[in-house]
Design a protein around this ligand. Structure first.
Ligand code: SF4
Length: 921
């Protein structure tokens, strides 16, 4: 392992990998006795968020039990540091209420009753259903719906091998808006800031990058600060990160894009712009042509400054509710940092607002103006700092298109319209024969959860529902099968993330299987070594694919046959062995240096640094070719098509856009019906001040933040994490509390357009007046009397009942508290809240361009009414459908807009991209 990866403050006392087979340590719990324990150490990667931090499991050699999980200091992304959720993996592994065996429903769907079944029965039943759907040409009726992916590209290959259009994700409740904003500029859909070298960092995120590359980013933000860099945090709340910032920016929700244009204005006005970078790498001619201007670059410079002359600090201050002086100062700080300006937006304003994607686009505009793109201390495109190696076979794309995934109304949606699935099903747009929810809990996580209950209860809409999850969740109640899948120490996955200016891969491993194989034992399936019969998805999909196509006649099985043993089923070891031997540059050589095969190397280290110090990839020279060079316009063509940029006297690769340059002007937006949004602009949010009726006590509810110690929906099985965070009161400014007449801890009723919830108030100056905020990771529940449930560290029992044909009331009947289990600590649970489930009361609000759910809600906040109880949730699904129709009408559908008869621009990314023919309407 290259120790250069440990660029700052290396951990110096961690066991070296050569001693991981037998590591001796004194048992801390035996103190004051000196008891020596012997451990086998196995590296893996965390599965509790998408950052893929390195972990090392300590397995006691005497009893074979995992005793602790620590950070892996040799991991290039996390460098041995984890957030609380990494070490808490041990709680999840030893959770006394785990589902350990595959379960099958008994009684009607949603009755909460299940019985144990076998993996064989599961494979036979699901395999036969999927085969039938494929053979009968119902290739849009098999759907896989993922919450936390935790791997790169594995399932996409499976689904394309089956020939179905069935990949659904959680991205439109997470990041689709920001992705669109970034994609329009550069073709990369996420930012990768070089925080540790930044002179000035601007974050539009809730915490130290809450939830997205949380710890690898957090540690580098602090490294940058410790080297003298400054930090500005834009957040409606005084979050942990904002409290560490040199500047806290809390503009009115939805005005963030204008604030960013204010910074751009300062840069242009003060000539703090890197004009050389802009001249070479921005498609400024297209911008000028679109505005019917000719002229040279000097004219463009003048015109651009004039175009953004309106965004003066005074104007921005008036609209955003900020100090003009603050806008001016931050703008100048950005200009002085120049190419060492790092920036990031995730969730936050992008995920909250109609037009939230424009905030990402305006943020990138600021980065472009100062030349801070892929520079040292700047922000690169995600694709340059992430490495996804190719597997041994690539199936051809499917020839079908599911309108349940990509409805024609949102041709520019960056990912599937996942959260609208119940609304689309109930509108008669299709049905699902076999539906997998995989590490995903839509009933609880998504807005409008009661609509999910209704859709999943209806066997005409969803023929069979299998939940693949490492832990019990609310959605599992409406499943036909509950299939236990592994935690971080119980599964294989390969991951890479854009944590910093480098590329690396991390290898998640089933610890007990690795140890069994080290001892020479033969293992067929990972579940043979895991607790109970907990399996891993990788092997499950291989086994299931063989059941779908047992004789190979459908052409599916060939993709699940060994590349080393012709015609035989591939083992999971062979799958990764092939990748490590053939697809990761430098890995075979590094392994050979240690006298290992590439697979042995990855089993030993759990990670590999592919390339360090990755900067300015757009400047890479093109391979020699038969190019037509236009030096004046800076273009390189081949066969008439632009393939690169001519800059500095050389042919360079540029960016993955149609012009190969950064696109200040988007022809795509014009072609698909949004000409008014073709350049970086501010879009008025659905919660804009002008759309609030303050006389009716209307406020904005910000529910996009989370507590950094919790996972969206998978930490209720961790006693440590739940002890740290077990309540989610509503943040309210003292002025608003006085107006409403409540004091700290009083009950509030927060009413949305489709229902209400009742929660306690937390009165604090750490939130902007006129805005309330509530974390979305709390209020987990289980229906009283259900035979199967779990997670009682955090879940409380509820009575969930219909109070009319369309309305539901959920009321807690037993608070969280001590319970009996095999873990004696469950009798010591002292907390009683568990928080309040707010997402169920949120109506769906799909952004008309990006398709992202706009999380901010317009709410009326009042004192709780007589009869209200803490934790009450009321929702009426008749109103849900009405709001859905209202937002649907804002969209601009393909067919009416767009080029030709396409469903979507073919150059925009689409998960599991179908064949070109399937794009035709
Ligand atoms: S940041 Fe994410 S991956 Fe890293 S330890 Fe925390 S939860 Fe795990």
């Amino acid at each position: 392992m290259d120790h250069a990866t440990l660029r700052t403050t290396p951990l110096e006392t961690f066991p070296p990998p050569e001693r991981w087979d037998d590591w001796e340590e004194l048992d801390a719990k035996a103190w004051p006795k000196r008891v020596t324990r012997h451990y086998s150490l196995v590296p893996t990667i965390c599965f509790n968020c998408e950052a893929a931090c390195g972990l090392v499991a300590y397995v006691d050699k005497q009893d074979g039990r995992i005793q602790k999980v620590e950070g892996n200091p040799y991991h290039p992304g996390s460098r041995g540091r984890n957030c609380a959720k990494g070490p808490a993996t041990i709680n999840q592994v030893h959770d006394p209420e785990r589902i350990l065996y595959p379960l099958k429903r008994v009684g009607p769907r949603g009755s909460g009753r299940f019985e144990r079944t076998t993996w064989d029965e599961v494979l036979q039943t699901l395999g036969a259903r999927i085969r039938k759907a494929i053979v009968e040409g119902r290739k849009t009726e098999v759907m896989y719906h993922v919450g936390r992916p935790g791997h790169d590209g594995y399932i996409e290959r499976v689904l394309q091998a089956w020939g179905v259009d069935g990949h659904n994700s959680h991205t439109n409740v997470c990041s689709a808006a920001a992705r669109l904003g970034y994609t329009l500029w550069s073709g990369h859909d996420r930012p990768s800031p070089d925080y540790e070298n930044a002179k000035f960092t601007l974050l539009l995120s809730s915490h130290l990058e809450t939830g997205h590359y949380f710890n690898p980013h957090a540690q580098r933000i602090i490294d940058g600060k410790m080297k003298g860099g400054k930090l500005a945090v834009c957040d409606i709340r005084l979050s942990n990160t904002a409290s560490m910032g040199d500047y806290w920016l809390a503009p009115r929700p939805g005005t963030e894009a204008l604030m960013l244009l204010g910074f751009a204005h300062v840069l242009l006005r003060e000539n703090l712009t890197d004009w050389t970078f802009v001249r070479d790498w921005v498609d400024w001619r297209a911008y000028q042509q679109a505005k019917k201007r000719g002229g040279d670059f000097a004219a463009f410079q003048r015109d651009l400054a004039a175009d953004y002359a309106f965004a003066t600090p005074a104007h921005v201050a008036a609209v955003c509710g900020l100090d003009a002086d603050l806008v001016e100062r931050v703008g100048r700080e950005i200009g002085l940092a120049g190419s060492a300006f790092a920036s990031h937006i995730w969730r936050n304003a992008a995920a909250g607002n109609e037009g939230g994607w424009a905030a990402a686009r305006c943020l990138q505009f600021v980065s472009v103006l100062v030349g801070a793109v892929a520079s040292i201390g700047g922000t690169a495109g995600s694709g340059t700092n992430k490495f996804v190696p190719a597997p041994f076979s690539k199936p051809r794309p499917q020839d079908v298109w599911s309108e349940l995934l990509y409805p024609r109304e949102w041709p520019l949606a960056h990912h599937e319209l996942s959260f609208l699935l119940p609304h689309l099903l109930k509108s008669g747009r299709g049905r699902i024969d076999t539906y997998f929810t995989r590490v995903y809990n839509p009933v609880w996580t998504n807005p409008d959860g009661a609509m999910w209950i209704e859709a999943l209860s209806d066997e005409q809409l969803v023929g069979c529902h299998a939940v693949l999850s490492p832990t019990w969740n609310e959605t599992a109640r409406w499943a036909d099968y509950v299939l236990p899948m592994g935690h971080a120490t119980e599964r294989h996955d390969l991951m890479s993330q854009e944590t910093h200016a480098a590329t690396w891969i991390g290898f998640r491993q089933p610890v007990h299987r690795v140890l069994a194989e080290r001892q020479g034992k033969k293992v067929t399936w990972t579940w043979e070594c895991n607790p109970g019969q907990v399996w891993e998805e990788d092997e499950f999909w291989i086994a299931l694919s063989w059941h779908v196509d047992p004789d190979g006649s459908l052409g599916i099985r060939q993709h699940f046959e060994s590349p080393y043993r012709k015609g035989e089923r591939i083992t999971i070891e062979e799958y990764y062995r092939w990748i490590f031997e053939n697809s990761v540059p430098g890995l075979p050589a590094a392994a050979a240096k240690e006298g290992q095969t590439p697979l042995e190397y990855m089993r030993r280290h759990g990670c590999f640094l592919v390339q360090d110090r990755v900067y300015k990839t757009h400047e890479a020279e093109l391979k020699h070719g038969d190019y037509e060079i236009d030096a004046e316009h800076g273009t390189v063509r081949e066969g008439g098509k632009i393939v690169g940029v001519y800059a500095g006297g050389k042919c360079r690769t540029g960016f993955p856009t149609q012009s190969r340059k950064l696109e200040l002007y988007s022809q795509t937006m014009v072609d698909w019906g949004w000409p008014e949004l073709s350049t970086p602009v501010y879009v008025k949010s659905h919660v804009d001040e002008s759309r609030l009726d303050r006389s009716k006590n209307e406020m904005v509810l910000v529910g996009t933040f989370r507590l950094p110690t919790l996972i969206h929906t998978r930490s209720a099985n961790s006693k440590w994490l739940t002890e740290l965070s077990n309540t989610n009161p509503v943040w309210m400014h003292p002025g608003d509390a006085a107006r409403i007449g409540v004091e700290m801890g009083d009950l509030l009723r927060v009413s949305t357009r489709i229902g209400y919830y009742v929660n306690a108030v937390w009165v604090t100056e750490g939130v902007r007046p006129g805005v309330v905020a509530c974390s979305h990771h709390m209020g987990r529940w289980t229906v009283k009397g259900d035979q199967v449930s779990g997670n009682h560290w955090q879940l409380h029992d509820v009575d969930l009942r219909k109070v009319s044909g369309t309305a539901y009331l959920m009321r807690r009947v037993k608070p969280t508290g001590a319970f009996a289990s095999a873990d004696k600590e469950s009798e010591k649970v002292w907390w009683s809240s568990g928080g309040v489930h707010q997402n169920m009361t949120f109506c769906v609000q799909p952004d008309p361009v990006s398709g992202m759910h706009c999380w901010h809600q317009k709410v009326v906040v009042t004192k709780a009414e007589p009869g209200d109880r803490y934790g009450d949730v009321f929702v009426d699904t008749a109103k849900s459908m009405a709001v859905f129709e209202e937002w649907l009408a804002k969209a601009r559908p393909a067919g009416k807009y767009g080029t030709g008869k396409l469903r979507r621009p073919q150059h925009l990314k689409r998960v599991c991209r179908p064949s070109d023919a399937a794009f035709q309407l």
